[in-house]
Design a protein around this ligand. Structure first.
Ligand SMILES: C[C@H](O)[C@H](O)[C@H]1CNC2=NC(N)=NC(=O)C2=N1
Length: 108
């Protein structure tokens, strides 16, 4: 599967531990924390943080799959889990994480 062109699907099931490990290897910089897929992105200033956050919002709206965001002066934390799967990690989270990592705004 090409994660960069894949689309989220409704009712995605939670990934098995083996599937999670497989996909984590495809997501440099992302880790599993408290049952969610978490990525942290560093920036030079708050303007870049906000440009990134707005680009993440576009990914989320396109997929109807939304992360928790924690924004600070020079860092954005993106946390994906799937509410409809009991806040566990599904392929939808992996797809969105991959596409967020490839945003031009992620590497200013
Ligand atoms: C009705 C709507 O599609 C759902 O509520 C969507 C919206 N965004 C979502 N985002 C996330 N992360 N998990 C969901 O299960 C989810 N469900």
């Amino acid at each position: 599967m090409n994660l960069l062109t894949a689309r989220c699907t409704a009712h995605a099931p939670a990934l098995s531990a083996e599937e999670r490990d497989f996909y984590l290897a495809e997501l440099p910089g992302w880790a599993l924390e408290n049952g969610a897929l978490v990525g942290r992105f560093g920036f030079d200033n708050f303007r870049e943080v906000m440009d990134f956050a707005n680009a993440v919002a576009e990914v989320a709206e396109m997929h109807d799959h939304h992360p928790d965001l924690a924004l600070s002066y020079r860092q954005a934390e993106v946390r994906f889990s799937t509410h409809s799967a009991g806040h566990q990690v599904t392929l939808n989270d992996v797809i969105c994480a991959a596409q967020v990592s490839h945003l031009p705004e992620a590497a200013p």
